[in-house]
Design a binder for this molecule. Structure first.
Ligand SMILES: [Fe+2]
Ligand SMILES: [Fe+2]
Length: 481
């Protein structure tokens, strides 16, 4: 079985039998050089020689797939690991439902599959690029380590997609793999493919929001691809999801610790009004309304990643058996969706209304709804922290029409409650909803590195437990430069 069959000692650790696949092995070894160059150019700046306490995937056994040790990031073992094959697996949805899954790319769906793999692949290095300067302002060694863990795993996710391209898509796949190393987040000429992955991640609150909201979009996309009838894609994404859970943990606990620190200082200083930003900022913590505005920004940017509410591409990918729904295998319906409908929020005559739409065309919307429900649950857990301190403030998800660049609501301006605003009103109120320049400058002023083991910057609480059960003063990163 694949579980035990990991070749860990070669240049590219893998459980796909790379040693007996000379064509793909040679292509990947060549690509490896370009990848390492990319990592040096665009990976975490200033820490390439530092020893980082990282987990590395050494198996795909859910009970023990990772090992922890100090590693210099350029020496990290970026491997190709597919989840074990499910014996006798059938295509779970679409027109081919019930047929045997594909081990090779079906010719008629080749272009569609390649596009989906490239889009997923492009997000992985993009986030590493977005986060490359954050190491310089890490609030603790613990957080610094978590940032680097996320970064190396996004690197591995790029490997995962590149393996599929090199193995199954011939010359075109090789070309796409090359281009994945050429595009750059935020570059005017060769940007990354999706909007949110060209935004800046200028500070650590942005990083935590990004890992909570945007990595969670990644999770939803991977969940949908894990259902795929193209079995290698399903197996790859299933293992990626194992790693992805940590990224969202970093985001949720990161924001949670910021909230906790803020509430703690408010209590100690006897500040009753959460809106008293000035008093809070004097204490060196991030006031709750600013956290809300950051949340509004990252949520709205991430919603755009789900694409148009009504989408023929999504319908085609489902019909073809290529991209399913969130937890397709747990849903009880015909898994073909040729007749059903799904409620979609649309813009009709300048108003936001709910309309029943053909279920197949509404699949982006449906995945987005599942995403929003997960986000809401996370925000509920953040609110529990605020509640514990007895502070009268509740974080909220903004309305899905708020601050959109893609889809139905990109044509209008709406406030966080979903009221349509005239352009002039939007301009007046914008700074109530989104981080202002003053907010940004204040957060930036807090971003001073804390590199003593067990110490944390003023604006964030210590975590409840260490990584790999390490004690509070563990030296997660031995900084070399
Ligand atoms: Fe990823
Ligand atoms: Fe991630």
């Amino acid at each position: 079985m694949n579980i035990v069959n990991v070749d860990y000692d070669g240049l590219i650790p893998n459980n796909v039998g790379l040693n007996s696949d000379t064509r793909v092995k040679a292509a990947l070894e060549k690509w490896h050089l370009g990848y390492i160059n990319w990592w040096h150019d665009m990976g975490p700046e200033g820490f390439q020689q530092s020893l980082v306490y990282l987990r590395t995937a050494v198996s795909v056994d859910p009970k023990g797939w990772a090992k922890f040790d100090y590693v210099k990031m350029p020496d990290y073992k970026w491997g190709i690991l597919l989840a074990p094959e499910v014996p006798d697996r059938k295509i779970p949805f679409g027109a081919h439902r019930g047929e045997k899954v594909w081990q090779e790319v079906p010719g008629e769906y080749r272009a569609m599959l390649r596009r989906l793999i490239v889009i997923q692949g492009d997000t992985e290095p993009a986030s590493v690029e977005q986060q490359r300067f954050l190491g310089k302002t890490a609030p603790s060694l613990y957080d610094l380590r978590n940032l680097f863990q996320v970064n190396v795993e996004e690197g591995r996710h790029l490997w995962a997609m590149v393996y599929l391209l090199q193995k199954y898509f011939g010359a075109e796949g090789r070309e796409e793999a090359e281009e994945l190393l050429q595009r750059r987040s935020g570059d005017a000429d060769t940007p990354r493919m999706l909007g949110a992955f060209n935004e800046e991640t200028p500070d650590w609150l942005s990083f935590f929001m990004f890992t909570f909201f945007t990595d969670r979009d990644g999770k939803m996309q991977l969940e949908a691809l894990a259902q795929s009838g193209f079995d290698p894609l399903s197996r790859t994404t299933r293992f990626m999801l194992t790693e992805e859970a940590h990224h969202m943990f970093v985001g949720e606990t990161g924001v949670g610790r910021v909230i906790e620190r803020t509430c703690d200082e408010m209590k100690k200083a006897g500040i009753a009004d959460p809106g008293n930003t000035e008093a809070m900022r004097k204490l060196g913590v991030i006031d709750l309304p600013t956290i809300q505005r950051k949340l509004n920004l990252h949520f709205s940017l991430t919603l755009d990643l789900f694409g148009n509410e009504i989408s023929t591409n999504a319908a085609n990918a489902f019909h073809a058996g290529i991209k399913g729904r969130f937890r397709e295998d747990k849903l009880e319906d015909d898994h073909r969706l040729e007749n059903g409908t799904y409620p979609v929020l649309r813009l009709v005559g300048g108003k936001i209304v709910k309309e029943e739409s053909p279920a197949l065309s509404a699949l982006n919307m449906r995945l987005r709804d599942d995403y929003v429900a997960e986000c809401a649950a996370g925000i509920g857990r953040w609110n529990k922290i605020i509640e514990k301190y007895g502070i009268p403030f509740e974080l909220k998800l903004p309305h899905v029409a708020f601050h959109r660049q893609i889809g139905e609501f990109s044509k209008i301006k709406a406030d966080i409650d979903g009221n349509v605003l005239a352009e002039a009103d939007w301009k007046k109120k914008k700074d109530d909803f989104l981080p202002s320049n003053t907010d940004r400058a204040y957060i930036e002023s807090l971003m001073k590195p804390e590199s003593r083991p067990g110490q944390f910057a003023s604006w964030i609480a210590a975590p409840k437990t260490g990584i790999d059960n390490k004690p509070g003063d563990f030296e997660y990163v031995k900084i070399a430069e």
